[in-house]
Design a protein around this ligand. Structure first.
Ligand SMILES: *[C@@H]1O[C@H](CO)[C@@H](O)[C@H](O)[C@H]1NC(C)=O
Ligand SMILES: *[C@@H]1O[C@H](CO)[C@@H](O)[C@H](O)[C@H]1NC(C)=O
Ligand SMILES: *[C@@H]1O[C@H](CO)[C@@H](O)[C@H](O)[C@H]1NC(C)=O
Ligand SMILES: *[C@@H]1O[C@H](CO)[C@@H](O)[C@H](O)[C@H]1NC(C)=O
Length: 586
């Protein structure tokens, strides 16, 4: 497991494979780090801030010019986003930290050449044709499924923690457990977390009736417990099971051994915090199918989310007509025509980049990012507040940030993400949607990326504040918009394959993308190695190595053991492989 694992940031949550360093407490918001506040530092900050403002003004101007050149339609919208960045910048007065100046310079000059060089890398296509052979097949009802069992053992309650994507995993695992135990599932509750600060419940995020109906031939799902069970003290009667009762990625037999007796005795079991309790390898195909049926078919975002999501995607694509398979799955009948308010953008392809570079991730990684003493102190302060156990352990051990970096345990910075895209051959005209919020270091940190890709937008640039108002206080609904934009992108680039959003979206693209929805995964360890040779490496050599690295991940293969079926649905029960003669091989 990876030391940079953890929690949160509105668009992406706890890593799929949780850390073995320990579970960080999830209290407090990932922002507004208690800063250093002595006077001379403030004076210093003001000076740096002033210089920074000059730089910012210049860069705003540059960006504006680029916007006009390349994307006249988006210009008015883009400015609002830039203003937001500017505010971030004022809050965080800091000089720009470039970590790979030499490479960045080579990337800049290469990506502003007018001819695109995608020759040794398929920029917009899946290179491996086998991808087309895998078809979604969790929708079909197989003969092995017998419908909800007659002998019902009771009710399963689930309270899911985490953010949007972790909850999604919990819901679909709960469906499987309910089936396994011949129980009725009560629509899962979403726990309020002080990190996510979102009170949304299942029905605010997903279409409840659709979910219940879609699954009804497999598992009975009800909205509430019957009245006579509602007043029970579940903890007192021993019906509450927490993460300490059931192992991570447990086998089905554990649920039979531990939960079934309780269920039979009390008529209900409450799983409190459920995320990744059910494993992937020991689950028989007919149950795995339920999991995929839930994740890829039964969970439809609520109509408001679908409507705004469809507007977002249409504006990003610059066209109003769209009806891909992915669109049908994501929006159903709730697709709004975004053309009327899109300002007549150009038809375009876009890359969605999920930046997992929020402060929690950065602090937890124990890495350094070129910000010197100030950064070190800031991150240490954050750890003390939010990850006290980790901070305590740190005092005793000497973890070298260099070592962390060479092991590929450091989250990629916007600069490093930009270098990969550039190395692959995406030029400066590429339209880039950035998902994820509150980049650590704000606009300053983002600037190397915006310089490489001036056509960089977030949902705040594309949607008006009026449109976003109903979503503003709900991190899960905002994360749902990122999910939609990333799923719909022509190319999805992730910086951290372990984050839940990246994981679920890449799986969604494999499943519904018809072999035409490429995702770019870096291998962080190898990338760290490539970057460590930056002093001697030429641009051509860098490009070649980055291309090989990303290409290797694109090979089409069935889900390897130990991997999530949500992320790699090419597995029995979820996707089927059509053989050459047209027959389907389960
Ligand atoms: C690229 O093309 C634009 C106009 O199409 C031109 O103004 C610019 O000078 C060209 N840049 C290079 C490096 O050739
Ligand atoms: C669930 O029901 C099926 C048949 O309906 C039965 O074969 C199976 O043993 C039951 N399992 C449990 C845990 O009750
Ligand atoms: C730190 O190390 C000392 C001595 O090596 C040990 O006594 C102490 O318990 C350790 N503290 C923690 C928090 O591990
Ligand atoms: C969002 O929350 C803030 C502070 O918690 C509150 O002042 C504001 O009215 C809320 N906005 C909406 C649209 O609910």
């Amino acid at each position: 497991m990876d030391a940079s694992c953890v929690v949160v940031g509105p668009a992406c949550e706890a890593r799929v494979g949780a850390t073995n360093i320990g579970r960080p407490r999830q209290q407090g918001k990932a922002r507004g780090v208690a800063g250093v506040s002595s006077w001379h530092l403030r004076v210093f900050a003001v000076v740096v801030g002033f210089l920074g403002c000059l730089l910012l003004a210049a860069s705003l101007l540059m960006s504006a010019v680029h916007q006009m050149q390349f994307r006249s339609g988006a210009i008015s919208m883009s400015f609002r986003g830039l203003q937001e960045l500017k505010q971030n910048f004022a809050r965080k007065e800091q000089a720009e930290q470039i970590m790979h100046a030499r490479l960045l310079e080579m990337a800049t000059s290469d990506s502003t050449k007018n001819e695109s060089d995608g020759e040794s890398f398929e920029l917009w296509e899946e290179p491996y044709k086998q991808a087309h052979k895998w078809k979604p097949c969790a929708a079909k009802h197989s003969l092995a499924d017998e419908g909800p069992s007659e002998n019902n053992n009771g009710f399963i309650l689930v309270s899911a923690n985490g953010g949007l994507n972790q909850q999604r995993v919990a819901v679909c695992n709960a469906v499987v457990v309910a089936k396994l135990l011949n129980a009725t599932l009560v629509i899962p509750r979403f726990l309020y977390s002080s990190v996510w600060k979102d009170k949304s419940q299942f029905g605010d995020i997903y279409q409840e009736d659709y979910f219940v109906n879609y699954m009804k031939s497999d598992v009975q799902i009800v909205k509430d417990l019957p009245p006579h069970l509602q007043s029970l003290d579940l903890e007192a009667i021993g019906s509450q099971m927490t993460d300490s009762d059931i192992r991570k990625e447990a086998e089905p037999s554990e649920f039979i051994n531990l939960a079934l007796p309780v269920l039979r005795k009390n008529g209900l079991v409450h799983f409190l915090g459920f995320g990744n309790r059910l494993g992937f390898d020991s689950v028989p195909a007919h149950l795995q199918r339920l999991r995929c049926r839930c994740n890829f078919h039964a969970l439809k975002f609520a109509p408001e989310i679908q409507r705004l999501g469809s507007v977002l995607v249409q504006r990003l694509r610059g066209v109003s007509a769209m009806q891909t398979e992915m669109d049908k799955q994501l929006f159903g009948g709730n697709m709004l025509d975004g053309a009327t308010t899109a300002g007549g953008g150009l038809p375009s392809r876009f890359v969605a980049l999920h930046m997992r570079f929020e402060v929690d991730m950065v602090a937890y990684s124990l890495c350094e990012f070129g910000g010197g003493e100030e950064e070190r102190r800031e991150l240490q302060a954050f750890r003390e507040t939010h990850f006290p156990a980790l901070a305590t352990r740190l005092r005793n051990t000497t973890v070298s940030p260099e070592e962390q970096r060479s092991l590929g345990r450091c989250p990629l910075t916007p600069e490093e993400a930009g270098l990969i895209l550039s190395g692959l051959g995406y030029d400066h005209r590429t339209f880039l949607y950035v998902a994820g919020s509150r980049i650590y270091g704000g606009a300053t940190r983002l600037r190397p990326l915006t310089r490489l890709y001036p056509n960089l937008v977030t949902k705040d640039d594309i949607l008006s504040s009026d449109e976003l108002a109903p979503f503003k206080n709900f991190s899960s609904r905002l994360a749902a918009l990122d999910f939609i934009a990333c799923a719909s992108s022509d190319v999805f680039a992730v910086t951290d394959s372990g984050s839940q959003l990246s994981s679920l979206v890449s799986g969604y693209r494999v499943y519904h993308g018809r072999g035409r929805a490429p995702t770019l995964h870096p291998n962080r360890k190898r990338y760290a190695q490539i970057l460590s040779e930056e002093g001697g490496i030429e641009w051509g050599g860098f490009q070649k190595r980055v291309r090989i690295m990303v290409d290797e991940y694109k090979r089409v293969r069935a889900r390897p053991r130990g991997r999530s079926a949500y992320r790699q649905p090419r597995t029995p029960g979820c996707m089927c492989r059509a053989s050459g003669d047209g027959s389907i091989d389960f």
